[in-house]
Design a protein around this ligand. Structure first.
Ligand code: FES
Length: 115
């Protein structure tokens, strides 16, 4: 019916996101966790831990992973994979774009053929 264009949600200024800092942003599909990893790469995954559905924004970043503060599950920020129990389901990875000094998250499904 209608062709929906990819929607970009601004998160924060690129200069304001420090290495290891966790930022929670809200896109139309729900909350997203935005992180600049130790290599300087900005990553975004869904913010809800797949173990017990709580926010990962109070967790801990180490390298390219985030650890849930509640029970210690660790996720790969690049792939979303659950690396340790008690989580076994992956987080969804979101596309990050930086334009004119602002970080954006693309909120539509990947592979939609809209690019
Ligand atoms: S809620 Fe995240 S590991 Fe349990």
């Amino acid at each position: 019916m209608s062709s929906q264009l990819p929607e970009l949600t601004p998160v924060c200024d690129d200069d304001d996101l420090r290495s290891g800092q966790l930022v929670r942003a809200l896109i139309p599909e729900g909350p997203v966790l935005v992180v600049r990893d130790e290599d300087g790469v900005i990553r975004a995954v869904d913010d809800t831990c797949t173990h017990a559905e709580i926010s990962l924004a109070d967790g801990f970043v180490e390298g390219r992973t985030v650890e849930c503060w509640a029970h210690g599950a660790r996720f790969d920020l690049a792939t979303g994979a659950a690396l340790t129990l008690p989580a076994s389901e992956p987080l969804r990875v979101r596309e990050v774009l930086v334009h004119a000094g602002t970080i954006y998250i693309r909120s539509t499904d990947t592979g939609s053929g809209l690019d």
